[in-house]
Design a binder for this molecule. Structure first.
Ligand code: AGP
Length: 609
């Protein structure tokens, strides 16, 4: 996934583009570049590495001009190199283009253009679009873009400038996000709203197969047929402070510490203080047939998939609806048995994950209705779904998802209680108990954050362990997977999550004294089972780090380290037991001197397959 920014107006473009790219760096950071029009020439500067490398170059040679585009890359086709960095140009170097996505038919287009004498200088799929626009251009940049779009297959968000039309940017979208920002005497284009927010709150989210022409005082949006469309202007509600680090050293720790307040905010928004009724105005219950739905299929990726697994427990235990959960990249290709009687739920923080978006389209193609559980309003999955349940976690910038995960768990718990009440599958006293337990979560989360010295001790002691094992059962089995994902994606230490009940079927062969084993063992129905697993591990000299309920002194007899979390209803325990796992991954990564907000090889949202 990459980040795109474009500016056309009266100010110098370079600083505005660079500030926008800084806000988009979480989307990809193996190379970056900028191109600005200065009179009849287009000046491009590209650099390998993070944005700071490009910034250093620009201190010596900042392009002058008031029309420009920029790009921060996460490589899909072609290794990270200056030659493969965007912007890419045509043979005449009069068209400069940036792209987020994958052009699936780029090879055949490239062959045709090579036969026509075009000369390519990169290994990327993107470069073919610059040459297509050159081939189609006959005095109208927007028309040349539309003609090119008709040739392209795949996902793209594009922005192009040209020395033939020095005060113009043309942008286009199909499958990758693109937002237009409207100012008084300037216009912007970017991959998401955070890059335009410091200049304007008036935005339009382009839809698939749409293109836009931007000039300082005018904008035109058209469909693939060249028909003019009325812009659907929205006002962004985001605040800049939401995006900055708020005094924390890293976005990840800021977002971990935001969890108590976000849970409080969501509870206040979702539960009526007067009646304790749960409110989901946006789920369009009748259209989705929520009261009579016979089966739910949840599709998602990564951390969202772990939340989906917890969601299965919630929906089945509370609303008594059969639930299947599947990884989106499997769901979309396995000829799934879903139809008009199946409600498909798509869970995604970014709302841009290509496989999850494809899963939504697959579900629609088979007659299912889709409810998405999303954090980013206006995202592709949001707009593709029949209804959307927003988790209101606020912008999540760190690549490793933390607050979005707990926000997803919270939303799934609330939605399950809401559905259970609609379907009459929950006793009033149980409902009331759960509402009370939910309201206790923010303070209990804060307690964990205020008392995490044991986590720091474990991080210091085990930062150099070669492997970790995470074990859990029932509601906490998905958290074992999530804790392992957090550690491996940040610290690059091999970590495996496993159902504790599965240990005897193979994984226990791994265990010896070099293996820290994190055991999620809060009070609840499976506590004794977990204790047996811990004793089996101890017999094999494993080093156990337990996450257990505050006040449980017995557990210390079996484990070297005990991280306590406050007592809560077992069903809600994942909202608490995940926090020490997030903190452990964070502190181990910091101890290893690694980049905790931008781990290698990863992007915040995987908008390509
Ligand atoms: C989470 O820490 C990872 N960065 C990754 O697994 C992520 O959860 C996954 O790519 C799904 O993203 P989404 O929620 O935006 O769809």
């Amino acid at each position: 996934m990459c980040g795109i920014v474009g500016y056309v107006g009266r100010e110098q473009a370079t600083p505005i583009i660079m500030e926008g790219l800084r806000r988009l760096e979480y989307r990809g950071y193996d190379s970056a570049g900028i191109a600005v029009i200065n009179g009849s020439a287009v000046h491009a500067v590209r650099e390998v590495g993070k944005l700071k490398a490009l910034r250093a170059r620009l201190e010596k040679e900042a392009p002058r001009g008031t029309t420009g585009i920029g790009h921060t890359r996460w490589a899909t086709h072609g290794v990270p190199s200056v030659a493969n960095a965007h912007p890419h140009h045509d043979c005449t170097r009069s068209f400069m283009l940036v792209h987020n996505g994958i052009i699936e038919n780029y090879a055949e287009i490239k062959d045709e253009l090579l036969h026509k004498g075009h000369v390519f200088v990169s290994e990327t799929d993107t470069e073919v679009v610059a040459h297509l626009i050159e081939a189609f251009y006959s005095g109208d940049l927007l028309e040349a873009m539309l003609s090119s779009m008709r040739q392209l297959r795949g996902a793209y968000a594009l922005a192009v400038i040209s020395s033939h039309e020095p005060d113009t940017i043309v942008a286009a979208r199909c499958g990758s996000p693109l937002v237009l920002g409207f100012g008084d005497d300037f216009n912007l284009v970017a991959s998401d709203a955070s890059a335009v927010l410091s200049h304007t709150r008036r935005v339009v989210y382009l839809d698939d197969h749409q293109a836009a022409r931007l000039r300082p005082n005018e904008s035109a949006i058209s469909d693939l047929g060249g028909n003019r469309l009325e812009p659907k202007i929205k006002e962004i509600s985001l605040n800049l402070s939401d995006i900055e680090k708020g005094g924390h050293p890293h976005f990840m720790i800021k977002e971990i510490f935001e969890q108590p307040s976000l849970v409080s905010d969501v509870l206040a928004r979702r539960i009526s203080p007067a009646t304790d009724e749960i409110r989901f105005s946006e789920t369009r219950d009748a259209e989705l047939g929520l009261e009579t739905v016979k089966k739910i299929m949840i599709v998602s990726c990564g951390t969202a998939y772990h939340a989906s697994m917890v969601g299965k427990y919630y929906l089945e235990n509370l609303a008594r609806v059969p639930v299947e959960v599947d990884i989106a990249s499997e769901f979309r290709y396995r000829n799934p048995v879903v139809n008009e009687e199946t409600l498909v739920i798509a869970i995604s923080q970014s709302g841009e994950t290509a496989d999850t978006l494809a899963g939504v389209k697959e579900a629609h193609g088979r007659g299912s209705r889709v409810l998405s559980v999303i954090n980013v309003e206006g995202s592709s999955i949001d707009r593709e779904s029949d209804a959307t349940l927003y988790v209101y976690a606020g912008p999540e910038i760190a690549v490793a998802s933390t607050k979005a995960y707990t926000a997803q768990l919270l939303s799934l718990a609330l939605f399950s209680l809401y559905l259970a009440r609609k379907r009459g599958t929950i006793e009033p006293e149980t409902y009331d108990e759960m509402i009370g337990e939910l309201r206790s979560i923010p303070a209990k989360m804060q307690w964990i954050l205020d008392n995490h010295e044991t986590v720091r001790t474990c991080a210091r002691k085990f930062s150099n362990a070669p492997n970790f094992l995470y074990l859990g059962r029932s509601y906490n089995y998905p958290n074992a997977l999530e804790g392992a994902l957090k550690l491996k994606e940040l610290s690059y230490i091999h970590a495996e999550g496993c159902s504790a009940g599965e240990m005897k079927h193979g994984p226990i062969a791994l265990v010896d004294s070099t293996f820290p084993v994190i055991c999620l063992v809060p009070d609840g129905k499976v506590y004794e089972k977990m204790l047996s697993n811990i004793q089996e591990l101890r017999a094999r000299r494993a080093v156990i780090i337990a996450v257990a309920t505050e006040g449980n002194e017995d557990i210390a007899r079996h484990c070297e380290h005990v991280i306590h979390v406050p007592r809560v209803h077992e069903l809600l325990s994942p909202l608490l037991t995940v926090i020490p796992l997030q903190l452990l991954a964070y502190h181990i990564t910091i101890n290893k001197g690694l980049d905790v907000d931008q781990p290698r090889n990863l992007a915040k949202s995987v908008t390509v397959e």
